[in-house]
Design a protein around this ligand. Sequence first.
Ligand SMILES: [Zn+2]
Length: 237
Amino acid sequence: MERKTEGIVLKSIDYLENDKLVTLLTSEYGKITVRARGVKKTEAKLRFAAQPFCFAEYVFAEKDGRFTLVSATCHESFFELADPDKLYAAYAVTELACIVAPERSPCKGFFLTLAQTLRNLVNEDVQTSVIRYLLAVCKESGFPLNAERCFSCGGELCGKSYFHFPTGSFSCAACRKGTAASGSTVQLIRRYTGLPFEEVGEDDRKVRAIRLLKEYLAFHLDTDLKCLSAYIRQLLE
Ligand SMILES: [Zn+2]
């Protein structure tokens, strides 16, 4: 039986002499692995369909629960991501998508967020795109961040605060529950979660927010985020 769906390549690994096993994120079927025959050959017509970040309409055949690529029509290849900063970020977001997306069950939210983020990485500020993506994944995965008020006393969050990993919330300097987070990080999280915010000018505030979000995701997902760590290391160089 043949199926047709839009998909984004999350990763692809070599398989036998000329094939690749391509992990796709799709809206209808969630995360699936499709065998793409012959695509390692340079002249292969479907070579593009196994490239990282390829966004295409995929047709695949199912037999005994295994999928084989039949054809593909490219929507966007995101080749503009060749810039190293964008490329590191793209690997970081697709790695995370690969971890959080459910296997073989619909995940429209994860799919649309990833497609939009890859577009944003091409056209917009890279660090902002990454922060928005990480926040969206936390929300979609059921552990959203809450920077509205101090979760302990209900007071306002201003200046240095503390981030509480188990609840994804901040506490004020008086309550001091959690790990220290700078005032600018809190304001940035407020901004990107749709709350009123103060413009606090610290050059590295986006990097700090990305580090905090990485630690928070690692805490809840109980896994290393190798590509996200590599992206952060590259930002700190
Ligand atoms: Zn408090």
